[in-house]
Design a protein around this ligand. Structure first.
Ligand code: ADP
Ligand code: MG
Length: 600
């Protein structure tokens, strides 16, 4: 991950603590849920206790220590308590889920929204080195993975501890033998859990990684269906998918085998303990009647079963917690990445630019590589004139447009607009006045009107129509059945390249920037749509400072100045005729009609 990342030592609070900071505002809900859960968890124990008491009452009656009448009254009293517990328990069970679910969803939502907001604010370099697919899985998948931890483990862990301590205290208070007996086989159980649990976890991670790879490659191949079909690669892709899926079969089977093993050994331990309990308990009851009663033995057998369950839960929770902590680490490592390009202290809001741009000894290399793209680049673009950038592919033309937008920080040098360093302006107000029309117009799913409004969301419908007209887009929009309300995107209408570009130009009209940057805006178009897009662009650049990157001579010829950029420097500068007369690289490129120049 690129970006200024704090080292481990610098990250003072642990990631778990940072996660808990999100939980903190909701602690009363979690406390309530835990309290309600206590009722649910202790119910089986209470029932076991009642049954034991009832058996002992019957025993007393049989032994003649109690009259039938008194025994019946006692049994009815116990049943009444039992009925009360049974009736109350569904309410608490429901309540617990509802309260903890709400709190958990709120926590996940805040975390997810903060993460999304943070990522949105990160710099260009971050997106250069993080695929959007993996970011989406951070925002959606990793936050989701925390949910079972907060919703279940976080509440249940206290309940397990409470349950185990209540039951053990009860046993030890009644009989030391029983107490010791009940914990005697626990070490065996814990050992099994540990051994198998660890393997289950490793296997689960392998499954998840493999699934992510499989879905990633399927997504890529499905998105590029045109290429796959054109190269008739379907069968090969099907085979590859099937081969990759085979690995999952093995992992999935292993997963089931492991949980089968775990369940089998748990059952073995649990039931063999019960047999031992019957043996030793029976012996005690028969030969040391003072030690325990039949009722206590029954309680013991029933409750014994109850304390194995929380230990199994603890095991499950350990797995949930481990995967949640993994996700937490990944999430907070993004939070630890800070935007490289940020407002300088004291940055001011840019006034409306006249549009004079000066690049002063600009040195730059991308953060991800050591390649020096610009070495003391100088360039002056007077306000409201057009400068065409020309040069071999990879010469740094697009990079100039990135730097003007301050997508990256310069290594040294300055970029001035209207005589002031662009770093003195807030990034937001700077970018607000630069209109970027890239080669591939990006339209979002939504209506045409919404896409144009992206340029200035508070514009009126009339302004949207006006922008569309000036971008030569009005005609085709109005021909559509739904006009401006036509849906674009996956389930909407498909537009031609030229139409898409005109909508993106309309968007820029609406933004009304003082500076326009056209990066190969027409190079992906056929000559017919190029002509009309070109008209729209000419309209757009009137009265604005324009930087145009193009590989068609016709677009470049009329520029006020043409700068030929090569090896990080401007090697030729001047109007078309002067450069032709100079007979340098530009003249050579013109001879070749720019055919070999820029294809990027
Ligand atoms: P042009 O637009 O003139 O074809 P670019 O400005 O896109 O050239 O690229 C200039 C150089 O910078 C190329 O060598 C390219 O490989 C490199 N480059 C472009 N974008 C990045 C990036 N995001 N990270 C690292 N290197 C980059
Ligand atoms: Mg380029």
């Amino acid at each position: 991950m690129i970006g200024r990342k704090l080292s481990r030592e610098e990250r003072k609070p642990s990631n778990l603590r940072r996660l808990l900071a999100y939980v903190k505002p909701h602690w009363p809900q979690y406390a309530l849920a835990t309290a309600a859960g206590l009722v649910k968890f202790l119910m089986p124990v209470a029932i076991a206790w009642l049954v034991g008491q009832a058996v002992d009452t019957l025993g007393s009656v049989n032994a003649g220590k109690m009259s039938n009448q008194a025994g019946w009254i006692e049994i009815k009293r116990l049943l009444l308590i039992g009925a009360g517990i049974v009736l109350a328990s569904p309410i608490f069970v429901y309540w617990r889920s509802a309260v903890s679910a709400r709190a958990t969803q709120e926590v996940i939502k805040s975390l997810r929204c903060d993460l999304y907001a943070h990522i949105q604010k990160l710099s260009h370099s971050f997106f250069d080195s993080n695929r959007s697919g993996s970011l989406t899985s951070r925002i959606i998948g990793d936050t989701e993975m925390i949910q079972p931890f907060l919703g279940k483990a976080f509440v249940q862990i206290w309940l397990c501890i409470a349950l185990i301590s209540v039951v053990l205290t009860y046993f030890f208070s009644k009989s030391v033998y029983l107490g010791l007996l009940s914990v005697s086989l626990l070490p065996v159980q814990l050992l099994i859990q540990r051994k198998i649990g660890w393997r289950v976890k490793r296997n689960a991670t392998a499954i998840r990684d493999h699934l992510a790879r499989l879905s990633g490659s399927a997504q890529e191949k499905l998105a590029a269906a045109t290429v796959v079909k054109a190269f008739t690669g379907e069968d090969e892709e099907i085979q590859r998918f099937s081969d990759d899926s085979n690995v999952l079969v093995g992992l999935g089977v292993k997963n089931s085998k492991l949980s089968g093993m775990s369940e089998a050994s748990m059952n073995f331990v649990r039931y063999s303990t019960q047999l031992v309990v019957v043996l030793i308990g029976g012996h005690l009851a028969l030969f040391h009647p003072g030690e325990i009663t039949v009722g206590l033995l029954i309680q013991f057998i029933l409750m014994q079963g109850q304390i194995y369950t929380p230990f199994e839960w603890l095991n499950e929770m350990q797995l949930i917690t481990a995967s949640a902590l993994g996700a937490t680490d990944r999430i907070f490592s993004i939070f630890d990445t800070e935007p490289e390009v940020a407002d300088r202290p004291g940055a001011v809001r840019a006034p409306r630019f006249r549009g004079e741009i000066v690049l002063e000894r600009v040195c730059f290399s991308y953060p991800t590589s050591d390649n020096l793209i610009f070495d003391r680049l100088d360039l002056v673009i007077p306000a409201k004139t057009t400068l065409a950038l020309v040069g071999p592919s990879g010469g740094g033309k697009t990079t100039v447009t990135h730097l003007l937008n301050r997508f990256y920080e310069l290594d040294s040098g300055r970029i001035l607009i209207d005589g002031r360093d662009t770093c003195d302006y807030t990034i937001y107000s700077l970018r607000h006045q630069i209109g970027l029309v890239p080669q591939e117009p990006v339209l979002f799913s939504g209506t045409i009107a919404e896409n144009i409004l992206y340029g200035r969301p508070d514009a009126s419908f009339e302004e949207v129509c006006d922008a569309a007209r000036r971008a030569y887009a009005e005609e085709f929009i109005e021909e559509m059945e739904d006009g401006y309300e036509t849906m674009l995107g996956e389930r909407g209408v498909r537009l031609s390249g030229g139409q898409r570009q005109r909508i993106s130009i309309a968007r820029t009209f609406l933004k009304d920037p003082a500076i326009i940057v056209l990066d190969e805006a027409t190079s992906a178009l056929d000559s017919e749509s190029e002509r009309i897009v070109q008209q729209a662009l000419e309209e757009l650049t009137v009265e604005r400072t324009t930087i145009v990157v193009a590989h068609r001579l016709s677009t470049i010829k009329n520029a006020d100045q043409i700068a030929v950029v090569d090896q990080g420097r401007v090697i030729e500068l001047g109007p078309h005729d002067a450069l032709i007369a100079q007979g340098g690289l530009y003249a050579r490129l013109c001879e070749q009609q720019f055919d070999l120049s820029t294809q990027q």
